[in-house]
Ligand binder design. Structure first.
Ligand code: CP
Length: 308
């Protein structure tokens, strides 16, 4: 393996190795001088065909902290607007000596397709509704840091599950790690045809939240709804949003997570997004260390199973 295209085919041992490596990078990130020479001389290209705040910035910071040269490619300002194909774009950039691509694209499966067509390492930064593996890894890192363990925890993911690549990556990973995962959302936003085995689809918010250690809220992905009938945002907030009474069903020390961007007042009110149970900005902080770990392990492939 030279790539991280999804967590569907990554083993439990590989996931734990990434989390352990990220812990070392988190310690480095707390130092005054945060840069290490691990990827000096390597070139990383961030190819983003969809908007991003957290993932793109986080990958750029992670690459620079590892001393790699990082190039940011923005689709709207590129020759893809003149009809150049995805693979031609990748091959042209690869010809300039790029060692690693970080790719976000609106088509599910596009990142795996790129990985099959380049000798460079490829990391999935989110492909359509398929996977967002580094988001899941940073979620897992944050949960383990907060709770001291992963196995046996109860996690509720609530919202637009159908269109969430975050939910899908987390579903694959959490199953492997022995986490009790409950999913809940509007019936039109729960996938009918594809759910990793073992996830529990709940019939009510109460069932999902009961005795949970972690509550992960998702926004409605309005950009991916197609022709689905949508509840109004007010209706959605009333039926599927988190509030204090609902949160009280979870364990007393439950944490609130969200991959971002938050639609404040829809799935999550500000008083909960910003309360002391919320670890949303800790997730973002941990994203840098986790992405450093993934890039480092892939580049150092002779020393790690991830790079076999
Ligand atoms: N969590 C996440 O992927 O955020 P961005 O879309 O801002 O990268």
């Amino acid at each position: 393996r030279k790539d991280l295209t999804g967590l569907v085919d990554v083993t439990k041992e590989e996931i734990l190795e990434i989390l352990d490596t990220a812990e070392k990078f988190k310690e480095i990130n707390s130092r005054e001088i945060k840069k290490v020479p691990a990827l000096k001389g390597k070139t990383i290209a961030n190819l983003f065909f969809e908007p991003s705040t957290r993932t793109r910035t986080s990958f750029e910071i992670a690459g620079k902290r590892l001393s790699a040269d990082v190039i940011n490619f923005t689709a709207s300002a590129s020759s893809t607007t003149k009809g150049e194909t995805l693979i031609d774009t990748v091959k042209n950039i690869e010809s300039m000596g790029v060692d690693m691509f970080v790719v976000r694209h609106y088509y599910s499966g596009s990142v795996r397709f790129i990985a099959q067509n380049t000798k460079a390492h490829v990391i999935n930064a989110g492909d359509g509704t398929n996977e967002h593996p580094t988001q899941s890894l940073l979620d897992l890192y944050t949960i383990k840091e907060q709770k001291g363990k992963l196995e046996g925890l109860k996690v509720a993911i609530i919202g637009d599950i159908t269109h969430s690549r975050v939910a899908r990556s987390n579903a694959w990973a959490m199953k492997k790690l022995g986490i009790d995962l409950r999913l809940y959302g509007p019936k039109t936003m729960i996938p009918r045809d594809y759910l990793p085995f073992g996830c529990k689809v709940c019939n009510s918010m109460e069932e999902a939240l009961e005795d949970c250690d972690v509550v992960m809220m998702l926004r409605i992905q309005l950009e991916r709804q197609g022709i689905a009938l949508l509840p109004s945002l007010k209706e959605y907030s009333k039926l599927f949003g988190l509030n204090k009474n609902r949160l009280d069903l979870a364990k007393k020390d439950a944490i609130i997570m969200h991959p971002g961007p938050i639609n404040r007042g829809v799935e999550l009110p500000s008083y909960l997004a910003d309360c002391d149970k919320s670890v949303i900005l800790t997730q973002v902080e941990n994203g840098v260390a986790v992405r450093m770990a993934v890039m480092y392990l892939l580049a150092m492939q002779q020393n790690t199973k991830l790079g076999e």
